[in-house]
Design a protein around this ligand. Structure first.
Ligand SMILES: Cc1cc2nc3c(=O)[nH]c(=O)nc-3n(C[C@H](O)[C@H](O)[C@H](O)COP(=O)(O)OP(=O)(O)OC[C@H]3O[C@@H](n4cnc5c(N)ncnc54)[C@H](O)[C@@H]3O)c2cc1C
Length: 214
């Protein structure tokens, strides 16, 4: 973003919109005034649970559901951003804000309604395109303190693996969607991989996965 003349203000929030009939700027809580022709507002980070609360569903950082998209009421199912769902691989509840989660969890909910119980246990994954960078993140960890890098981070062509106890807990790719496709399978396989193999770009990831499985 910085390379594209975008200035990011971290740990800031908007104090006030300036202008009467048309916005011409904002002030921030730190007292800065920023001119603007238009303002784009991002809303929706906090789950809206009023309807679920009035139905007396269990709420804890969203509507609590199990791995089958069942709420605390046996007649009500829920899926998507608004749910805090149990992930069997992680063995804890998580709330995700990504379209694939909304899609796949909804499929699990539909199956459950049809008495076809199949746990929703996908590796969390999301992607975004920012200018010329395709960024993808998959996995379970909140820490990124032991990254094994394959590729060249300066050329924006790499994938990093967060390895804990020999297992890949999560991966982050920059312009490497093909590697990420395999990395997601490596995470869900929960098999050990050596960090030197992971960073060796001459060994295709699919070969590593194949030999780990054999
Ligand atoms: C700016 C932005 C960028 C994003 N970029 C990405 C991205 O790059 N990659 C990615 O994976 N995800 C991205 N997301 C997240 C993705 O859009 C969401 O994860 C996904 O839309 C969630 O789907 P959902 O069905 O759970 O919820 P929603 O899409 O929010 O749908 C919920 C619907 O319920 C309706 N509703 C709410 N309350 C009621 C009510 N009481 N009665 C009836 N209807 C109601 C709402 O109007 C809405 O239509 C982005 C989101 C935003 C806002």
């Amino acid at each position: 973003h910085a390379d594209n003349q975008i200035s990011v203000r971290l740990n800031q929030s908007v104090q006030e919109f300036l202008g009467k009939n048309k916005v011409h700027g904002i002030t921030t809580i730190s007292g800065e005034t920023i001119k603007a022709d238009a303002v784009i507002v991002g809303i929706g980070i906090l789950p809206e649970t009023n309807l679920a609360e009035s139905a007396k569903l269990k709420i804890d950082n969203g509507v609590v559901v199990d791995e089958y998209a069942r709420t605390s009421n046996p007649y009500i199912f829920a899926a998507g951003d608004n749910t805090n769902h149990f992930n069997p691989m992680l063995k804890r509840h998580i709330r995700l804000e990504a379209w694939l989660n909304a899609q796949d969890q909804a499929l699990a909910a539909a199956r459950t309604m049809c008495s076809d119980l199949k746990a929703y246990d996908k590796v969390p994954w999301m992607w975004t395109d920012q200018f010329d960078v395709n960024l993808q993140v998959a996995g379970f960890t909140e820490k990124w303190n032991n990254l094994t890098i394959r590729g060249d981070i300066n050329r924006r062509d790499c994938i990093g693996f967060q390895v804990e106890g020999g297992l890949i807990r999560s991966a982050l790719s920059i312009n490497r969607p093909r590697d990420m496709r395999v990395a997601r399978r490596m995470i869900s396989a929960q098999l050990p991989f050596s960090e030197s193999d992971l960073e060796d770009d001459d060994i295709p990831l699919r070969d590593l996965l194949k030999s780990a499985k054999s």
